[in-house]
Design a protein around this ligand. Sequence first.
Ligand code: FAD
Length: 323
Amino acid sequence: MSKNVLVLADVREQKLRNVSFEALAAARMVAEGGQITAAVFGSFAKDLVDPLAHYGADRVITVLNPELDQYTTDAYFQAFKKVIEHVQPDVILTGHTAVGRDVSPRVAARLGTGLISDCTNVELVNGQIVFTRPIYAGKAFVKKVVKDGIVFATLRPNNIAAGEPDGNRTAQVEELQVDFAPDSLRTLVKDIVKKSAGGVDLSEARIIVSGGRGVKSAEGFKPLQELADVLGGAVGASRGACDSGYCDYALQIGQTGKVVTPDLYIACGISGAIQHLAGMSNSKVIVAINKDPEAPIFQVADYGIVGDLFEVVPLLTEEFKKL
Ligand code: FAD
């Protein structure tokens, strides 16, 4: 049976994040010929219609209120709820990002529906939408279906492949007016202070060079940054490194940090505690560099190098420079 699917576009700095395209691919998988609607918020939203259409949206709803230019819980909550009431979707998909994680449970609670969060896969089995999500900090996976009501899920970035864009696709565009009562917006974004992993967004990086306590100092991260720069990747860290003050917590990967799924994860001087693995064990290829041959990180690594990271990392950088 065909389903109407609504995707909330995930926007940062007025650009669509990849997870929006991944959600559209997931929508196509489950819609069974039904309409795929994307909702995009902000005064600049019209500029984002084309890419959403190219990646599979049949219809794009824009909400151009400038109060939505930056994410705030109250404004997004009200706009998203209004879009849902307008579209009446069977299925709602958002990214499992800072935005999706905040707004989706609120809206689900208000609508009286359930929410399946942090899904790493979606498939259609005998007409039923089956979501896969990790449990026990990624040690196991569970499959979930919604028996009745709206199917609402957040999708972990970098797990479902975005389709190939089709530059000839167009979408029906609709502008929805959403006005906010002045006292209904309780937060005001005055300033945004960026703490980034160099030039590449850690949660969307295809290559991550990550450092642990073995890096020993802030200075010790320099060779890792050099390797990341040569590979066009980002630098990440274990909590051990963050707690020791070697780097900012914005770089932390793991259960209480960012969850990443790059094509290549190079762990340098990281022991491989379960809380760290929870954030990176779904990486496609894992390379571990550690002095200790018994370090647990080697159990999840595809390639292991037993050695001193201060010797190995610069050698890798030199070799990659030659390519
Ligand atoms: P260590 O365990 O100290 O390992 C350092 C490694 O470096 C060792 O294996 C050592 O052999 C190696 N080494 C030392 N010198 C060199 C060298 N010169 N060359 C090569 N290798 C070298 N951790 C996270 O990472 N992310 C989280 O989100 C997270 N959340 C947590 C949540 C909770 C509730 C708790 C209790 C813990 C959490 N932790 C998290 C902490 C986690 O348990 C570990 O303490 C932490 O991951 C250890 O960091 P590490 O591997 O850098 O340090």
